[in-house]
Design a protein around this ligand. Structure first.
Ligand SMILES: [Zn+2]
Length: 101
Protein backbone atom coordinates (compact mmCIF):
# COMPACT_ATOMS: atom_id res chain seq x y z
CA UNK A 1 0.00 0.00 0.00
CA UNK A 2 1.06 3.56 -0.65
CA UNK A 3 0.29 6.63 1.39
CA UNK A 4 -1.28 9.28 -0.79
CA UNK A 5 -2.49 11.93 1.62
CA UNK A 6 -2.38 13.09 5.21
CA UNK A 7 -4.12 15.91 7.05
CA UNK A 8 -4.49 16.89 10.67
CA UNK A 9 -8.24 17.24 10.24
CA UNK A 10 -9.84 13.83 9.79
CA UNK A 11 -13.02 15.44 8.45
CA UNK A 12 -11.03 16.78 5.52
CA UNK A 13 -9.24 13.47 5.19
CA UNK A 14 -12.55 11.63 4.96
CA UNK A 15 -13.77 14.16 2.46
CA UNK A 16 -10.80 13.29 0.25
CA UNK A 17 -11.44 9.60 0.84
CA UNK A 18 -15.04 9.99 -0.30
CA UNK A 19 -14.03 11.90 -3.41
CA UNK A 20 -11.47 9.23 -4.31
CA UNK A 21 -14.06 6.55 -3.70
CA UNK A 22 -16.45 8.37 -6.00
CA UNK A 23 -13.73 8.09 -8.63
CA UNK A 24 -13.56 4.34 -8.01
CA UNK A 25 -10.37 4.42 -5.95
CA UNK A 26 -10.43 2.54 -2.65
CA UNK A 27 -8.38 3.88 0.25
CA UNK A 28 -7.85 3.06 3.89
CA UNK A 29 -7.51 5.51 6.79
CA UNK A 30 -4.50 4.85 9.03
CA UNK A 31 -3.70 6.53 12.34
CA UNK A 32 -7.28 7.67 12.68
CA UNK A 33 -7.35 7.47 16.43
CA UNK A 34 -3.67 8.00 17.17
CA UNK A 35 -4.00 11.75 17.70
CA UNK A 36 -6.33 11.36 20.65
CA UNK A 37 -4.02 8.93 22.40
CA UNK A 38 -0.83 10.85 21.72
CA UNK A 39 -1.23 13.41 24.47
CA UNK A 40 1.38 16.09 24.05
CA UNK A 41 3.46 14.43 21.36
CA UNK A 42 4.07 16.52 18.26
CA UNK A 43 0.80 16.43 16.38
CA UNK A 44 2.30 15.98 12.94
CA UNK A 45 3.52 12.48 13.74
CA UNK A 46 0.00 11.35 14.47
CA UNK A 47 -1.99 12.90 11.66
CA UNK A 48 -4.45 10.46 10.14
CA UNK A 49 -3.22 9.15 6.81
CA UNK A 50 -4.91 7.97 3.65
CA UNK A 51 -3.40 4.84 2.09
CA UNK A 52 -4.16 3.40 -1.29
CA UNK A 53 -5.64 -0.12 -1.29
CA UNK A 54 -4.42 -0.78 -4.82
CA UNK A 55 -1.00 0.61 -5.74
CA UNK A 56 -1.88 0.33 -9.42
CA UNK A 57 -4.28 3.21 -8.97
CA UNK A 58 -1.61 5.55 -7.62
CA UNK A 59 -1.45 7.76 -10.72
CA UNK A 60 -5.24 7.92 -10.92
CA UNK A 61 -5.41 8.87 -7.26
CA UNK A 62 -2.76 11.55 -7.72
CA UNK A 63 -4.74 13.01 -10.59
CA UNK A 64 -7.94 13.12 -8.54
CA UNK A 65 -6.07 14.65 -5.59
CA UNK A 66 -4.49 17.27 -7.81
CA UNK A 67 -7.89 18.30 -9.12
CA UNK A 68 -9.30 18.52 -5.60
CA UNK A 69 -6.39 20.50 -4.21
CA UNK A 70 -6.18 22.81 -7.22
CA UNK A 71 -9.55 24.25 -6.33
CA UNK A 72 -8.18 27.41 -4.83
CA UNK A 73 -10.50 29.35 -2.58
CA UNK A 74 -11.70 32.67 -3.90
CA UNK A 75 -10.44 36.05 -2.70
CA UNK A 76 -11.26 37.39 0.75
CA UNK A 77 -14.65 39.05 0.87
CA UNK A 78 -16.56 41.51 3.02
CA UNK A 79 -19.89 40.45 4.47
CA UNK A 80 -22.81 42.60 3.32
CA UNK A 81 -24.55 41.95 6.61
CA UNK A 82 -21.92 42.98 9.15
CA UNK A 83 -18.99 44.25 7.01
CA UNK A 84 -16.71 41.62 8.50
CA UNK A 85 -13.78 40.43 6.38
CA UNK A 86 -14.02 36.73 5.57
CA UNK A 87 -11.47 34.28 4.24
CA UNK A 88 -12.10 33.21 0.66
CA UNK A 89 -12.33 29.58 1.72
CA UNK A 90 -15.59 30.23 3.56
CA UNK A 91 -18.97 30.40 1.87
CA UNK A 92 -20.76 32.05 4.76
CA UNK A 93 -19.73 34.87 7.12
CA UNK A 94 -17.98 33.49 10.16
CA UNK A 95 -19.46 36.23 12.31
CA UNK A 96 -23.12 36.54 11.38
CA UNK A 97 -23.70 33.50 9.17
CA UNK A 98 -24.80 35.41 6.09
CA UNK A 99 -23.99 33.66 2.79
CA UNK A 100 -21.42 35.21 0.48
CA UNK A 101 -22.91 37.01 -2.52
ZN1 LIG B 1 -21.44 38.95 8.52
Amino acid sequence: MKKIYTHENRVILYNIKNLLQAAGIETRVVNEFAAGAAGNLPAFDTWPELWLEDDDRYEDAEEVLRQILDQRPGPDWYCRGCQELNDGAFQVCWKCGRAAD
